[in-house]
Design a protein around this ligand. Structure first.
Ligand code: HDD
Length: 730
């Protein structure tokens, strides 16, 4: 297979690895070839069906027509019941230091190995064709193709989950999906059935705080954290177990967009995240995450204020730090969306020796669900043979046949033990890499119940809210007000206010104000609908725990690193007569820091600068929108400035960028453009370079100084503090 060059930048190699090489043998390229039917017969006419006479009826005999139409009729497979909308990429994982102390997994023991990975990011609730920018959890599923078989880390961009037991998963999903009578709304949780369910399910309180936070509207898949959610086990060669939580930490930091912006992007570019991931890899801006572990010795299982098996709880990083153990780099786009991304089948039960499960009841149920769903989605038990799902090591066992079997197993023997085949394939000893389960002692009654240690639903919801910056808190309040505003039932709203009052009184009061309702004095908790029929409600009363930690800095995106503008997209608004120096010097400075500059003008193709330079125009105002960019710059040049100022779309572009708290820069010669915006009057009268940076607005006639300040401003990502006091219509 030829080394692949990126389409957008031929300098960029998208590297091969063992998995990519194994996929190559299944690839087809028609360049320079003649057309065949699926049986290999060359096709002479693929444009006209076989007819009796040139106007005559079509003939059943036409096997070419029948084959083509039949294949087409069967092109679709069921979409994933959740996480239907997603985007994938290939890459590698490289370990920093061997972890023999904790695990015998080979790929976590040999720092010289590059383990191939395939990653699929997704939204949860929407259909395959839905918008990327829905307020939703994002799936973060990683398949490691290790030398000991596939390990799948099937996580999300939020570290907790809605429910504590897998038996409730179908109810949760039915509640959040479009309502069954009219299939409205698509890819949105802002409707009655979802909030009805949540309002009678207090265990979801913590997750709901994450879902209403800006984590649910990421700027990019490349700027999200990932979490394995459950507590897993690592087992070392001596059989010693440690509890662990998996984390992915993006090297570009964790960033989000504004909710109003998200809704706009959904119209302007519903493929925003998919395109962003694809383009970054094509340009050679390979996204990177560090894999982190929180490690808890077996004997510390009961040391915490919460239960390690409860998937609605995090282990705060203040209690157990995240140790960064390696780096994942996504460096290659798939060749074919269906063959790779759509047919990829992840399963939390795909583990390798040295990694094992815990008794988290959500995890245990997932162990059943993922294979089961592939059987219907991919049509039978041989989905593991689909190229993207095959391990990079050979498979030998006595499993046979089934729909679409690819492997041609030789010989008479397909059972074990056997003597005719010398008992092959042999079982592997643990010393040969055979998987052995952790021999956890279990001595208990069979019972359907919830452990009392799972009944604290609010302490970490509180911890999350308390850990947010003021703008983040405002966004959470606004998100609840929006979502509950879309609900029709006041009963549901009131119950939700009751739950919120258990999390934070000021939060409940602020949402109640927006809904013009009052917070119930004595919320009815737990909702007796969420407990077993014969249970004593007292056994399910939430336990109110005053957590000893009041805030955790890792929970706020405000604390994410803000030192780089790498891969940020900056719009330059210009027209004929733009000052070459004003445009080019700022462009060069931004590009030197890894940003991407796009020129937007009233018309497409090119503009002429003051020095008659033809400057490429990436978009006209018709096809561009400020919500698709991270920051805006208006270069100088008398004619250009006059045209931009007179263009309502350009002024709207700036107003919207201001509303969404983005960095804005203008050459002092373009001040008249700024003056025609709504936010001109919000610029402090004592305007100076220092106050400029405070608000993320940079205006200067010294382009070198301007570029420097603009870069610092863009790296801040957003100036959320501007949002409330300087709100403008846009
Ligand atoms: Fe799940 C897909 C993540 C709970 C049942 N899940 C799916 C995907 C991700 C997650 C990222 C998409 C994988 C891909 O890209 O193909 N799921 C989670 C996390 C959970 C979780 C982090 C809680 C900690 N899931 C969960 C439960 C159940 C399922 C409790 C069922 C009992 N999930 C599924 C599924 C899906 C799925 C129905 C749909 C498509 C698929 O599996 O392959 O089996």
């Amino acid at each position: 297979m030829a080394k692949r060059k990126a389409q957008q930048n031929p300098e960029v190699d998208q590297p091969e690895n063992d998995k990519v090489r194994s996929l190559a043998q299944h690839m087809e390229d028609s360049t320079g070839e003649l057309m065949n039917t699926n049986t290999g017969v060359r096709v002479n006419d693929d444009q006209n069906s076989l007819k009796a006479g040139d106007r005559g009826a079509s003939l059943l005999e036409d096997f070419i027509l029948r084959e083509k139409i039949t294949h087409f009729d069967h092109e679709r497979i069921p979409e994933r019941v959740v996480h239907a909308r997603g985007s994938g990429a290939h890459g590698v994982f490289k370990l920093y230091e061997p972890l023999a102390q904790y695990t015998k997994a080979q790929f976590l023991n040999d720092a010289s190995i590059e383990t191939p990975v395939f990653v699929r990011f997704s939204t949860v609730a929407g259909s395959r064709g839905s918008t990327d920018l829905a307020r939703d959890v994002r799936g973060f599923a990683v398949k490691f193709y290790t030398q000991e078989g596939n390990f799948d880390l099937v996580g999300n961009n939020m570290p907790v989950f809605f429910i504590q037991d897998a038996i409730k998963f179908p109810d949760l999903v039915h509640a959040v999906k479009p309502e069954p009578d009219n299939e409205i709304p698509q890819a949105a949780s802002a409707h009655d059935t979802f909030w009805d369910f949540i309002s009678v399910m207090p265990e979801s309180a913590h997750m709901i705080m994450w879902l209403m936070s800006d984590r649910a509207i990421p700027r990019s898949y490349r700027m999200m954290e990932g979490f394995g959610v459950h507590t897993f086990r690592l087992i070392n060669a001596e059989g010693v177990s440690h509890f662990i939580k998996f984390h992915w930490k993006p090297l570009l930091g964790v960033h989000s967009v504004a909710w109003d912006e998200a809704q706009n992007i959904s119209g302007k570019d519903p493929d925003f995240h998919r395109r962003d991931l694809w383009d970054a890899i094509e340009r050679g801006n390979f996204p990177e995450w560090e894999l982190g572990l929180q490690i808890v010795p077996e004997e510390d299982e009961f040391k915490f204020e919460f239960d390690l098996l409860d998937p609605t709880k995090i282990i705060p990083e203040e209690l157990v730090p995240v140790v960064r153990i390696g780096k994942m780099t996504l460096n290659r786009n798939p060749e074919n969306f269906f063959a790779e991304t759509e047919q990829s089948a992840f399963h939390i039960g795909h583990v390798v020796p040295g990694i094992d499960f815990t008794n988290d009841p959500l995890l245990q149920g997932r162990l059943f669900s993922y294979t089961d769903t592939q059987l219907i989605r991919l049509g039978g038990p041989n989905f593991q043979e689909i190229p993207i799902n095959r391990p990079i090591v050979p498979v030998h066992n006595n499993q046979r046949d089934g729909y679409m079997r690819q492997t041609i197993n030789r010989g008479k023997v397909s059972y074990g033990p056997n003597s005719l085949g010398d008992n092959y394939p042999l079982q592997a000893k643990a010393s040969e890499g055979g998987f052995t389960s952790y021999p956890e002692r279990i001595d208990a009654r069979k019972i359907r119940a919830r452990s009392k240690s799972f009944l604290d639903h609010f302490s970490q919801a509180k911890l999350f809210f308390n850990s947010q910056s003021d703008p983040e808190k405002n966004h959470i309040i606004e998100a609840f007000s929006f979502e509950l505003g879309k609900v029709q039932s006041n009963d549901v709203r009131r119950r939700m206010l009751g739950i919120l009052s258990m999390v934070d009184k000021s939060l409940a009061a602020a949402v109640a104000f927006a809904l013009r309702l009052s917070v119930p004095e004595d919320p009815e908790l737990p909702m007796n609908r969420s407990i077993p029929a014969d249970a004593d409600p007292a056994d399910y009363d939430p336990i109110i725990v005053e957590g000893s930690l009041t805030a955790s800095s890792a929970l706020s995106m405000a604390n994410s690193p803000k030192d780089s503008i790498k891969t940020r997209k900056i719009a330059f608004l210009a027209a004929d007569g733009v000052d070459s120096n004003s445009l080019n010097s700022v462009k060069t400075a931004l590009e030197a820091e890894g940003a991407i500059v796009e020129v937007i003008a009233p018309r497409l193709n090119y503009i002429l600068s003051t020095t008659d330079e033809e400057i490429h125009v990436h978009h006209s105002f018709l096809t561009a929108a400020s919500v698709l960019y991270d920051a805006v710059y208006v270069p100088g040049g008398t004619n250009s400035v006059a045209t931009v100022e007179a263009d309502a779309d350009a002024v709207h572009f700036l107003n919207e960028a201001f509303k969404h708290c983005k960095a804005i820069a203008a050459d002092a010669g373009a001040m008249q453009v700024i003056e025609s915006t709504y936010f001109a009057r919000k610029i402090p009268a004592d305007f100076s370079d220092d106050s400029v940076l405070l608000d993320g607005i940079v205006i200067s006639d010294d382009t070198a100084k301007l570029a420097k300040q603009f870069i610092t401003a863009i790296a801040q990502h957003r100036f959320w503090e501007r949002e409330k006091p300087r709100k403008i219509p846009a």
